[in-house]
Design a protein around this ligand. Sequence first.
Ligand code: FNR
Length: 180
Amino acid sequence: MTSGVISVLTISGSLRAASSNRNALDAVELLAPPAVRISHYRGLGELLHFNPDLDAEGMTPPSSVALLRAAVMAADAVMICSPEYAHGVPGSLKNGLDWLVSDLHLPGKPIGLLNLSPRSTHAQESLREILTTMSTRVISEASLALPLSGRRLSAEAMAADPVLAPLLRESLAGLVAAVR
Ligand code: FNR
């Protein structure tokens, strides 16, 4: 936290350009108060497949991994919004998290988990288990299911939606409270 401003890093579990999960995180930025700075990590698709040989002690990590770790280090909290694929966590997101297992800056960090499909509980539960195992703090107040109900909404539409906007604000507030 620099001069009272809280930094929140967002990660979308979907790589789709028109992703609803990504739009929801953009909506969080639109709704964030001035004392919260949102930055979006968009590099999941550029990461190599995790290989412990590349992450051994004394190794210089690939530059894409260094960027991910720097983004995590700079953040006071992380907000993840992810779809579920085949009842699991999307592979690209799990791959990114595997690169962070040995990262010294993640343990203890507050994490919020947004879910746009309240019926998709497998990936959400799996993410909670993975992130708890990685010694992060999954914040219940920041981890909400949003009733998007299959709609395709832009970030602006989500930020203006009378049901979604209060939930997005609530999630961010829960994350900020966990930092303070
Ligand atoms: C899905 N989807 C999906 N949904 C679900 O509730 N349970 C599931 O197991 C799956 N499995 C699945 C597999 C694959 C390969 C795809 C492409 C999709 C639906 C998926 O979660 C939904 O499309 C996302 O909400 C799309 O999010 P974005 O890309 O708009 O952010």
